[in-house]
Write a protein that binds this ligand. Sequence first.
Ligand code: CP
Length: 339
Amino acid sequence: MMNFQGSHILSVSQLDREAIARILQVAGQMAPYALREKRCHVLDGAILNNLFFEPSTRTRVSFGAAFNLLGGFVRETVGEENSSLSKGESLFDTAQVISGYSDVIAMRHPKMHSVAEFAEGSTVPVINGGDGANEHPTQALLDLFTIQSEMAPYQKGLDNLHITLMGDLKHGRTVHSLSKLLSLYNNVKVTMISPNALQMPDNVISTLSNAGHEIVVTDKIEGNLACDVIYQTRIQQERFASKDEADLYRGHFSLNKEIYQQYCKEHTVIMHPLPRDSRPEANELDTDLNELDNLAIFRQAQNGVLVRMALFALTLGVDEKLTQYEKPVTWFTNKQARK
Ligand code: CP
């Protein structure tokens, strides 16, 4: 079993099935705290530094909320222009300094492998919140947690899954990390729908095919959505040379209720790492899908809190101590009703 305590979480390549099972198990144990049934202050006094050098809503805020839910303090730097990186300071020097102020660091950066470079200078665990088009390991873990929980009512799991990945598979770091994790499971079929110019990178396809998985690469929706899970993604405009270039691909694979009912199975679950691009020219997941129970996108985003709580508990070595540090909730909450 991987020794989580003190470890950086930089890539899904660090994880095997046993390590993933442990993360997802601890994530499940976090539900009573996230639902405000109880409080847990096992990280009382600990400090998370959230360093986000690229825009983020879910990842940044859920890392912070996860740490707060375990009783810790959160400090944030948002935007490189607000950091001395903009004065020429290296990632290594920044890491040496910030890790002196922290117990753990979560970081997002636009450059591939930059979080690993930063971690070399850090004296505390660093968790990758997305490094350019490379990886987004915590998203992939919350995606697995979501697939597992959404498939459970149908007596299915991560083995024998048929998933369709759709959209910008070239630049979408979430589908890169998720595919690598799926390569660890058995008999997975992966349908990849994208414009030809935005196909999944060869190394990711090789990882899946070397695991013996069936792969279908196509640029057509018709006939390719009868799967267990559709994982829609956004055209990653920030990875293109210009907006005009990104516009060439926007709106090719919009999914709405009519297309869902025509091509999907009765219980096909719809996922998206979010943000979904809801502008008319993109409309990746039409709002008419909101009425479907199988639209899992907001449950998926909530699961990010559980998985990130689990990663903090594991890397800081408190995963066995949660119940010793519980307290009652004293304020009004309706989160339990929404469970
Ligand atoms: N899924 C995700 O990474 O969302 P944010 O960019 O809002 O963090």
